[in-house]
Design a protein around this ligand. Sequence first.
Ligand code: PMP
Length: 474
Amino acid sequence: MACEEGLCTPAPDVIDIRALQQLDSAHYLHPFTDHKALRERGARVIVRGDGIYLWDADGQRIIDGMSGLWCVNAGYGRTSITRAVAQQMDTLPFYNSFFNTTNVPAVRLAARLADIAPAGFERVFFTSSGSEANDTAVRMAWRYWQLMDQPERQFIVSRRNAYHGSTIAGASLGGMDAMHAQGALPIPGFVHIDQPNVAESGAGMSEAEFGLQAAGWLEQKILAVGPQRVAAFIGEPVQGAGGVIIPPSTYWPHIQRICDKYGILLIADEVICGFGRLGAWFGSERMGMRPDLITFAKGVTSGYVPLGGVLVGERVAEALVERGGDFHHGFTYSGHPVACAAALENLRILDDEGLVERVAHETGPCLKTAFARLAAHPLVGHAESIGLAAGLNLVRRKGETVHDCEPFARTLGVGMLCRAHMFDNGVVMRAVGDRMIVAPPLVMTCAQIDEMVERIRACLDLTLEDVVGRGWMD
Ligand code: PMP
């Protein structure tokens, strides 16, 4: 049964929510979801968005503190993107870029991306997602070393708790134990080092020292694998899904020195950090990286239509283009004209409204101040932000420094409890264990940041009542 009366039209006033939830649990397998548990609760039905707000089918207005899934940078309700998409669909809904053909929006978008990318990035390969972008980057790295007559360079170094997608290469690159545990992952040749998590591992030294130490783990891994066998290192400038883990300022410059020393490629996964999230067009610019490949997705279209890709720096482009011949890689939807049209309009909005600069100079500092205030809450061990991404740790006992806080037992699920309060009280905040994170749309104003943070504070109070009531905290 695909379409009962009222269920095929999205108009919220005619949706029978319970019937929809039943159809949902009967037929729709969601990403990263325990379906038995979801069947008990019923999925929350989101029906509309405008600016920084979402509405669910019960009519509740919710502040979207997560930009959908780190992607709706330009905010909801951008009718100019809708028009650009409709116009492109009317003109040419699809044509492929294989067999020496191209299309107008794909060419224009490639040129526009070369404009805003760091110097030396003149070429782009399009995909439809961040996972495909990272798969593509790995295939490019392997092909590059083949063309350099060093085909034994096949190892890719990544980090624990990194997220690089859910395809087999993406999940292998990622450092998520739970994902690896459900299959024969990571596949051979994908190795990991520890993440630069100051709170977790940086006790007894300054942040700067810890940054150098954490970067040094890359050199140890290169030496263990054999420098002549390492193709590339991949990292998110700031780990997103892992919990907004902000590395010390010494970390990336030292990683860069190590990559340069051993000649290995640096891949910046900018799927979250790209397109303004950190107050620069690309996070690598902000963090002192000089990558060879930049993977992107999400914010390039603000999520209105799926699109991803790889920006290819000079070094790899020269080999691939001038000496590589046919690169046997690509997707039906590489350079999809509708997705590219959406991206062009989205980038125009980000640019014309100065949203990237606003994050750097106005809203980013507002979020920092607001999160610093939250750090005083009895349940919060530490709180930090960068650009429009922020995280705070829920702890059983606060300490003098981040290293003396006492965490809750993982099994208690305090983060999930807190997340449920947030959603019930009209704000989306994500829980990564007991770390609560936000990454709101870049259109959020300072006044709206304050509104969001006040709601977060109220929900922290409710969570505190819960944990005290259950005897989990003195
Ligand atoms: N890289 C990073 C850093 C991501 O955060 C994500 C998605 N959250 C991906 C890759 C995968 O992107 P997608 O889900 O579009 O495949």
